[in-house]
Design a protein around this ligand. Structure first.
Ligand SMILES: [Zn+2]
Length: 179
């Protein structure tokens, strides 16, 4: 268990972002493997916004570029999400396209492309899927690439047993869904 330097909330380290200091820069150690003293912060903007104000030592001695760090984290999340979609696709756990998602009865998660048309999105939303991710910054082309298609506007995942993947999706949503 580690605790957040801002709110002191205790959690497994995978549920927190690791902060490392390299060359007087404070940054997100996404791999959690950089060999320096590590600090941890919650996966939410409330805590991230207070990193340098709460911890005096950080404010006085280190640079922290929040936007850069968040962008890098986002890129990493997207890379990971696309990789996992490809793995699920190879295991035949992915349902591709609006029509097939609508007619399937075992879709638990739906991910839509950022450039999906409004009418397709409305169809998906009318399904009331519990876990709809429509804010992940991935285009039709990128989503298509992960399942060997030219493009894909939406895809469904039957059931996610991979806890890590579930965690990443929810962390992504917490940090980036309001954009
Ligand atoms: Zn916190």
């Amino acid at each position: 268990m580690r605790s957040c330097i801002v709110c002191s909330n205790k959690a497994n380290k995978l549920e927190l972002i690791r902060l490392a200091i390299v060359d007087n820069n404070l940054f997100f150690d996404i791999s959690q493997k950089i060999q320096t003293r590590g600090y941890y912060v919650c996966y939410n903007l409330d805590c991230i916004n207070k990193i340098t104000t709460k911890k005096k030592k950080f404010k006085e001695n280190f640079e922290f570029n929040k936007l850069d760090n968040l962008n890098r984290l986002k890129e990493n999340f997207i890379k990971y999400i696309l990789k996992m979609i490809n793995i699920f696709y190879l295991k035949k756990e992915i349902i591709i396209g609006v029509k097939d998602i609508i007619t399937s009865d075992d879709v638990e998660y739906v991910i839509t492309a950022s450039d999906i048309s409004l009418s397709s999105l409305k169809k998906i939303e009318s399904l009331n899927v519990n876990n709809l991710f429509k804010n992940i910054d991935v285009t039709k082309l990128e989503l298509g690439k992960s399942v060997n298609r030219a493009y894909v506007v939406a895809l469904g995942i039957k059931k996610i047993k991979d806890l890590n993947f579930k965690r990443v999706l929810s962390q992504y949503n917490i940090l980036f869904s309001q954009e």
